[in-house]
Write a protein that binds this ligand. Structure first.
Ligand SMILES: NC(=O)c1ccc[n+]([C@@H]2O[C@H](COP(=O)([O-])OP(=O)(O)OC[C@H]3O[C@@H](n4cnc5c(N)ncnc54)[C@H](O)[C@@H]3O)[C@@H](O)[C@H]2O)c1
Length: 441
C-alpha cells in the first residue's frame, strides 16, 4: 500500500522505516531542509541506533522516499500518518498544537476522494475530534476526509525495534468509520498477524491511552524518588528498599530505579499537557501530577546541592566534571535533559563545568556553548573538584575508579543515577555520594 509519514523526526523517521520494512511504499514529508536533506540522501538526520542503516536500505530499495511537498504527498497516497511535534506551549503547561493544525489543514485542503489522516503525535484528549472538524472545514467539495488517532509508544534508543514490534497498536476512530478501520487493519496486518495486539477505541480513549501511559510511568519514577528523599532524611537505603518493593508481585521492579528522574521531549510535556487539559475539563483529580513533576525537578536541585556540599559549600570558581548530557543513554537527544538542567544550574552558581557524553556533545556545543565539552571521559576529570554521574551510559559503570583517582583535584563523586558500584569506588579511595542514602560526611 502507499502511505505517507508527515514529520520525519525521532518518531516519524523510524516509523516510516518500519512501514517500508513491512512492504509499504512510503513517502516521508518533512519541512526542515536540514532533516529533509539528510533523509533524501539515504542518511539518518540524527543519531539513533540502526536508523542510518534502515533509511539507507529502504531508500535503496525504492520503498522509502522523502519530499517537502504536500502536493506530492496528497497525490501519492490517501493514507497519511502524522508525526509532527506537540511541544509544551511557551509560557503555559498545555501543548502547542500548531504543527498538527498545519499538517491537517495542508493535507485536508489537497484531498480528493477518500482521504484518511491518522494522528500519531501525542496530543491532549479532545484534539482528534477538533482536528476532524478542522479537516472537514478545509476539505474541497467531493473529498471525504476522516481523522483517526493512533498514538505511538516507541522509545528513543530502541525506536527501530519498538516500531518493528510494537507492544500494542491502539487506534481511535470517529463514529461510522468502518472503512477507515478496514484500511488500517490492512496497513498493520503484518504486525497484527505476528501477534501485536490491536485495540480499537473511540478518539478520546486512544488519545488518553498515550497520556495515561506517560503519566503512570512518571508517577512510578517520582514515587521511588520521593522514597529516595525519605531515605536520605532517615538514613535508610533506597536500593534495598526498591529491591524489597520489587519482590511484591503487585508492584514489580519496572521503573523503580531511583535517581535523577525523567526528562526528554515526551514525558515532562505530556504530563503538563494532561494537567492543563484536566483543568480545562474541570477534573481536579489529575492535579496530583503537579507533585510528580515537582518531585522530579527537585531531584535535579538535590544533585546541585550535593555538588555544592562536595565543594565545601560554594560552587563559585570550582570545577565540576559531568558524565552524561543526553536525557538517557543510547541517544544524542538532549531535549529537557536532566543532566543539562543540572549543568545549567552549576554554571549559574559560578562553577566551571566540563562535560562528557559519548554521543550528545555536538548538540551540547551548539546549545550550551558556555559548557566545556571534552571528548574523553577520563580527561574530563582533569583538575575537577567533583565528578557528577548524570546519564547512565554503560561505559561509565565499566570505568576503573582506581585508574581515575589521579585525575581530579579531589576524589569526590555524586552518583545521580545509582548505577556505579559504590563499594568499588569507595575501595578505590573516592568519597561516594548516591541519591537515596544518608549523607557521607
Ligand atoms: N521522540 C519519541 O520517542 C516519541 C515517541 C512517541 C511519541 N512521540 C510524539 O511524536 C511527536 C513528534 O515527536 P518527535 O520526537 O518525533 O519530534 P521531532 O521534533 O524529533 O520530529 C518532528 C519532525 O516534524 C517536522 N515537522 C514539523 N512541522 C511539520 C509539518 N507541518 N509538516 C511536516 N513536518 C513537520 C519537524 O521538522 C521534525 O523533523 C510528538 O507528539 C511526540 O510527543 C515521540
Amino acid at each position: 500500500m502507499k502511505v505517507t509519514v508527515i514529520g520525519c523526526g525521532r518518531l516519524g523517521a523510524p516509523y516510516a522505516c518500519s512501514l517500508a520494512a513491512i512492504g509499504h511504499e512510503v513517502l516521508g514529508v518533512e519541512v526542515s531542509p536540514a532533516v529533509l536533506g539528510r533523509l533524501s540522501q539515504g542518511l539518518a538526520p540524527f543519531d539513533e541506533r540502526g536508523l542510518g542503516e534502515a533509511v539507507a536500505e529502504h531508500h535503496a530499495s525504492g520503498l522509502l522516499r522523502f519530499t517537502g511537498s504536500y502536493e506530492e504527498a496528497a497525490a501519492f497516497a490517501d493514507v497519511h500518518f502524522v508525526c509532527v511535534p506537540t511541544p509544551q506551549q511557551d509560557g503555559g503547561l498545555g501543548a502547542d498544537l500548531s504543527a498538527i493544525e498545519s499538517a491537517i489543514t495542508s493535507l485536508a485542503s489537497r484531498a480528493s476522494g477518500r482521504c484518511l489522516i491518522v494522528g500519531k503525535s501525542s496530543v491532549p484528549v479532545g484534539t482528534a475530534a477538533r482536528m476532524g472538524r478542522l479537516a472537514a472545514d478545509h476539505a474541497p467539495d467531493g473529498a471525504q476526509v476522516t481523522v483517526a488517532w493512533s498514538p505511538d509508544f516507541l522509545r528513543e534508543s530502541t525506536s527501530l525495534e519498538d516500531a518493528a514490534r510494537p507492544t500494542r497498536i491502539i487506534v481511535g476512530l470517529p463514529t461510522c468509520a468502518g472503512q477507515a478501520e478496514a484500511t488500517l487493519r490492512r496497513v498493520w496486518a503484518p504486525w497484527t498477524e505476528a501477534g501485536v495486539p490491536l485495540v480499537v477505541a473511540d478518539l478520546a480513549t486512544a488519545e488518553l491511552a498515550k497520556s495515561a501511559a506517560n503519566a503512570f510511568l512518571a508517577t512510578k519514577v517520582s514515587f521511588i524518588n520521593a522514597m529516595a528523599a525519605l531515605c536520605e532524611a532517615s538514613g535508610a537505603d533506597i536500593h534495598t528498599l526498591a529491591e524489597s518493593l520489587a519482590h511484591d508481585p503487585r508492584i514489580g521492579s519496572a521503573m523503580l530505579d531511583s535517581g535523577l528522574g525523567f526528562g526528554g521531549s515526551c514525558i515532562p510535556k505530556d504530563i503538563r499537557a494532561l494537567i492543563a487539559r484536566g483543568r480545562q475539563l474541570g477534573v481536579p483529580e489529575v492535579g496530583f501530577l503537579h507533585q510528580i513533576d515537582a518531585i522530579n525537578i527537585r531531584r535535579r536541585r538535590r544533585v546541585v546541592a550535593l555538588a555544592r556540599q562536595a565543594c565545601d559549600g560554594s560552587l563559585a570558581g570550582r570545577r565540576v566534571a559531568l558524565w552524561g548530557a543526553a536525557f538517557k543513554p543510547g541517544t544524542d537527544d538532549v531535549r529537557d535533559s536532566p543532566a543539562l538542567a543540572v549543568a545549567a544550574d552549576l554554571h549559574a552558581a559560578g562553577a566551571s563545568v566540563a562535560i562528557h557524553d559519548p554521543r550528545a556533545l555536538p548538540t551540547v556545543r551548539r546549545q550550551a556553548p558556555e559548557l566545556e565539552c571534552v571528548d574523553d571521559f577520563e580527561r574530563v576529570l582533569d583538575g575537577a573538584d567533583v565528578l557528577l554521574h548524570l546519564t547512565h551510559w554503560p561505559q561509565y559503570a565499566d570505568a576503573d575508579p582506581e585508574l581515575l583517582i589521579a585525575k581530579p583535584a579531589q576524589y569526590r563523586l555524586v552518583d545521580a543515577r545509582g548505577t556505579l558500584d559504590a563499594r568499588r569506588w569507595t575501595d578505590a579511595g573516592w568519597v561516594y555520594q548516591g541519591l537515596g542514602y544518608a549523607l557521607t560526611s
